[in-house]
Design a protein around this ligand. Sequence first.
Ligand code: MN
Ligand code: MN
Length: 468
Amino acid sequence: MAEKKKTGGAKLREKLFMQSKNGCIEAGEKTLAEADLFCEDYKKFLDGAKTEREAVRTAVDLAEKAGFKLYDPHKAYQPGDKVYVNNRDKAAIFAVIGKQPVEEGVRIAAAHIDSPRLDLKPNPLYEESELALFKTHYYGGIKKYQWTAIPLALHGVMVKKDGKRIQVSIGEKEEEPCFVVTDLLPHLAAEQSKRTLNNGIKGEELNILVGSRPFKDDEGGELVKLHILQILNEKYGVKEEDFLSAELTCVPAFKARDLGFDRSMIAAYGHDDRVCAYPALRAALDVKAPERTAVTILADKEEIGSEGNTGLQSRFFVYFINDLARSQGGEGYRALSHSQCLSADVNAAFDPTFPDVMEKRNAAQLNHGVCITKYTGSRGKSGTSDASAEYMAQIRALLDKNDVIWQTGELGKVDAGGGGTVAMYIANLNVDVVDLGVPVLSMHAPFEVVSKLDVLMAYKAMMAFYEA
Ligand code: MN
Ligand code: MN
């Protein structure tokens, strides 16, 4: 049969309309296989990095194996040198020194390594009705009802008065016990069911069950609590007051898993934002002697507003750029003014079960590639940096030139809500910034979903950015 001749309209449509194809069709078998392989390593990273401290430790380990050295501000570095800064074990910077002077500008990819979770209160342990429980204060934006009746693992550190630091991780291994927030049985939930979804479980109801067997002694009260403290004392050498100087947190005990018959997706805790942090780190490890110094930031505290000395509102990143510029006889502020940044954070993927909150023409879709978000914010672009047309043009051209499959997306309908990223804090330093990241389903839930192809495209985008 002869090929059907294209009409004038069809030709013009091809020329003028924006194309939006499923990336899996565009990519081809080889790229899909590459995505699957890349994501095997990503899943391992996820399982080993459920808190910002674990993410820093894992990232520093990988970086040191790749030849990165702890940054020394008194040293002058040569192109191709690899250095890292560890900020209090909770945030880190990885830099590969470029051929151009730092004052000419650096290339920054900034992702965050904290995720929503249940933090223990400073005085968490109590006994009620012969059960031992932990009081929690949730961290970041969560839908509280999602955190009940799922297996939780306890992670973090306790620091004793003498400064001795005790690493805690219980509940990840099959043979270890786990923990849980109990929920009311449906038979007796008539009143609870009348609450709004937001109040279905209240903050003070996120109590974690940690024990039930009393200490073998009938003297005195709180024997279950006493028994738990005895176990903790034997295992870690701590007593109740040591909880006061601890950062303990409960996270889902699930491992990252392939999702779907076709294994095209990954379900896991903490994709936001390790799904951008890992590609950014890998780009830092893989880039060789770039023109401009390549700087990967893994930041803490994004989920609570980038506050604190390990968040990106802190000066730690600026200090590093100052040191780096001055070691070459330049000025940090000039370096920043000439710098460009990909704020590597996730965006919401279109969910066919909840189409009403999305404006379909401007929503990101799973498998359509890495997502560029020109602006985030809420209520009329409040709380965003809004990338310039010039910078968007540069990034578009870069991604197309390097065969990166990409799309754009807004965070939902104009009046549906909104959110922010670290973009505006870096933009405030006079850096060109745009958000770029992986679309996520069930964002901030204990089990989030991403597409493997989109993860690979995030990595390819960051590599192209560093190598440009
Ligand atoms: Mn995020
Ligand atoms: Mn988030």
